[in-house]
Design a protein around this ligand. Structure first.
Ligand SMILES: [Zn+2]
Length: 500
C-alpha cells in the first residue's frame, strides 16, 4: 500500500522493532476464509486466542520424508524440520523433531510462536523418544513432560506434528507479526516451529510476549530443513536460512549453528545474487517493482557483511538471504533478514535512507542475536543497541560523510530518553521503548567508543563476540568484556542504566 505520510511514519521506525501504532495481527478462533484478511488496520486490540484444533478438520497434506540429519555432536540441540506448504490453501503441515540433551529430567519448554499468527489446522501431537506425550500449552509456551527413568545425559528426541492455517499478513503488520503468513505475492515462514527454550540458572526461560519487541531466545542449534511447496501457483520457490541442498522437487537446507530458521515461498518474487569479498553468497528476494532498490539493498547487505566481519569477527554461514517483506520494518533470523517493502519504495538512490540503514542493521543481527544470543525480553539492549550502533560503524567505513547525518536523522531528532537496560515490559509505547533501548543504547556505545578509542573499542567487541559466540550473553558478560578492554562499566551504567 502507498499513502501520504508514509515517509514520516517510517522515520519513527527502528529495525526489528515490532511495536505498532495499529493493532497486531489477531489470530481468530475460527480459521478465516483464505480470501479475507484476518485483521484490519481498524480492528480493535484483542487478546489472541489459541485455537484448539478440531479433530474434524480435514487432515493437512502429508509431510515429505525428512532429510537425513546433519551430523551433530549433540553438544547443542539438533532440529529436523519438514514442511509441506500449500500456497493456495495457505496451510503448512509440519513435523519438527528436536534432539537434545535435556537440562531438566522432568520436562522441556518450547516456544510455539505460531499460535500468535496462525490457527492450528491439525492438532499438535508430541512424542518423546517415539512414545506419545501430552503437551501443556500456556500461552505461546509448550511444556513437554518426560517419562520417568530417562538415562541422565542421554539425548532425548521430541517430535512435534501439527498443521497451521496461515492468516493473511495484516497490511499494517510490523516486524515479526508479518513473518508468518501470506500476501498475494509471498508466503513467509518465520517462527513456524517449536523452538527449545533456554535453560538458565533460574530454570527455563519462558517470558511472555508483549506488543513491544521480541521476547523469545533459544539455544544455539543445528538445523536440517525440508520444505515441499505445493499448490496451483506456477513453480513456487523456497529460499531462506542455511545452505541449499539438492532434494528436488523439494527445497532442503542445512544450517549449522543458529537460532531461528525462516523461509520465503513465492512464485512471483525475483532474485539477485552477489558474492562478498569474504566468500558469502548474498541473495536478495524482492518484489518485481523494486528491482533498482533491491540492488541497492543487496549491495548494502553485502557491504555490511564484509564490514562487520572485519569489525566483529567471522560470519558463520556461506549464505545470506535478504527478503523484501510485504509488511513494515525488518526482522532478523539466522542467515536471513526481512526488510520491509516501504523502505524499498522510498529508496532515493543515496546511502542516506532507511533502506541502507535497515539493511545494515539487520545484517548486524547475524552477530548480535544469531551468534551472540541474549534474553531478548529482559535485556533487549544487548542486541538492539549494538545493531543500532552498528549502523554508524558501517557508515563510517563505507560512507563516512553520512555519519553526522545519521546521528541527526536517527537519534538526535528524537532527543531520546530512558534507561538503556529497559525490558520489553517497561514501556507502554513504541516510541519510549525505541528511544531508551535503541537510541540511548547507541549513545551509550558511542560514549564507550570514545572512552576506549577506536582500536580498543573494536578489540572489545571482537573479544566479546568471540567469547560469547553460541551462547546467551548476559549484561555481566558484556561489562566484563568492557572492563577487560580497559573500560569503566560503572561510569557508563551510572549514565545510561536504571539499575546499574
Ligand atoms: Zn534490530
Amino acid at each position: 500500500m502507498r499513502r501520504a505520510g508514509r515517509l514520516a511514519l517510517a522515520l519513527l521506525l527502528a529495525a526489528c522493532q515490532s511495536a505498532a501504532p495499529s493493532p497486531p495481527t489477531v489470530p481468530t478462533a475460527t480459521p478465516p476464509p483464505v480470501s479475507v484478511p484476518a485483521a484490519t488496520a481498524t480492528a480493535p486490540p484483542a487478546t489472541p486466542t489459541i485455537e484448539r484444533a478440531s479433530p474434524t478438520v480435514a487432515p493437512a497434506p502429508a509431510t515429505p520424508t525428512p532429510l537425513a540429519a546433519a551430523s551433530s555432536p549433540l553438544s547443542r540441540p539438533a532440529y529436523a524440520l519438514t514442511a509441506t506448504v500449500d500456497t493456495v490453501a495457505h496451510t503448512i503441515a509440519v513435523t519438527a523433531v528436536v534432539t537434545f540433551v535435556p537440562p531438566d529430567s522432568a520436562q522441556a519448554f518450547f516456544n510455539f510462536n505460531p499460535l500468535q499468527a496462525a490457527a492450528l489446522a491439525q492438532p499438535l501431537t508430541v512424542q518423546v523418544n517415539g512414545r506419545p506425550a501430552t503437551p501443556a500449552l500456556d500461552g505461546v509456551w509448550v511444556s513437554v513432560p518426560f517419562p520417568a527413568g530417562l538415562p541422565p545425559d542421554a539425548p532425548v528426541r521430541v517430535a512435534f506434528t501439527y498443521a497451521l492455517r496461515l492468516a493473511a499478513v495484516n497490511p499494517n503488520a510490523w516486524g515479526w507479526r508479518g513473518t508468518l503468513g501470506w500476501t498475494d505475492r509471498q508466503l513467509n515462514l518465520g517462527d513456524w516451529y517449536p523452538a527449545l527454550a533456554p535453560y538458565t540458572a533460574a530454570g527455563w526461560l519462558t517470558p511472555p510476549p508483549t506488543a513491544l519487541g521480541e521476547y523469545a531466545a533459544t539455544p544455539y542449534s543445528d538445523f536440517t530443513v525440508r520444505i515441499a511447496a505445493a499448490g496451483l501457483d506456477a513453480a513456487p520457490f523456497v529460499l531462506g536460512s542455511g545452505s541449499p541442498q539438492p532434494c528436488a522437487p523439494d527445497w532442503c537446507f542445512i544450517l549449522t549453528g543458529g537460532r531461528f530458521v525462516a523461509y520465503v515461498v513465492s512464485s512471483v518474487m525475483q532474485t539477485a545474487t552477489v558474492q562478498t569479498t569474504t566468500g558469502v553468497t548474498v541473495t536478495s528476494v524482492y518484489l518485481p517493482e523494486h528491482a533498482a532498490a533491491a540492488q541497492a539493498a543487496l549491495r548494502a547487505a553485502a557491504a555490511a557483511l564484509e564490514t562487520y566481519t572485519d569489525l566483529f569477527g567471522p560470519y558463520p554461514f556461506s549464505q545470506f538471504v535478504q527478503v523484501e517483506g510485504d509488511f513494515y520494518d525488518g526482522m532478523e533470523y539466522s542467515g536471513l533478514s526481512y526488510v520491509g517493502a516501504g523502505y524499498y519504495a522510498e529508496y532515493d538512490g543515496t546511502p542516506r535512507n532507511l533502506l541502507t540503514l535497515i539493511s545494515a542493521h539487520e545484517v548486524a543481527h547475524q552477530w548480535w542475536y544469531n551468534q551472540v544470543g541474549n534474553d531478548q525480553a529482559h535485556a533487549p539492549w544487548l542486541d538492539e543497541a549494538l545493531c543500532t550502533y552498528a549502523e554508524p560503524l558501517f557508515l563510517a567505513r563505507r560512507y563516512p560523510e553520512a555519519v553526522d547525518w545519521w546521528w541527526r536523522f536517527r537519534v538526535d531528532a528524537y532527543a531520546p530518553r530512558g534507561a538503556v537496560d529497559s525490558t520489553i515490559y517497561d514501556h507502554g509505547d513504541f516510541r519510549g521503548y525505541v528511544d531508551a533501548v535503541y537510541l540511548r543504547g547507541a549513545q551509550m556505545l558511542r560514549a564507550m567508543h570514545t572512552a576506549l578509542g577506536d582500536a580498543r573499542f573494536v578489540a572489545f567487541l571482537r573479544a566479546y563476540a568471540a567469547a560469547q559466540a553460541g551462547q546467551l550473553a548476559t549484561a555481566a558478560d558484556f561489562w566484563a568484556a568492557y572492563a577487560a578492554a580497559g573500560g569503566d562499566p560503572a561510569a557508563v551504567q551510572a549514565a545510561y542504566f536504571a539499575a546499574p
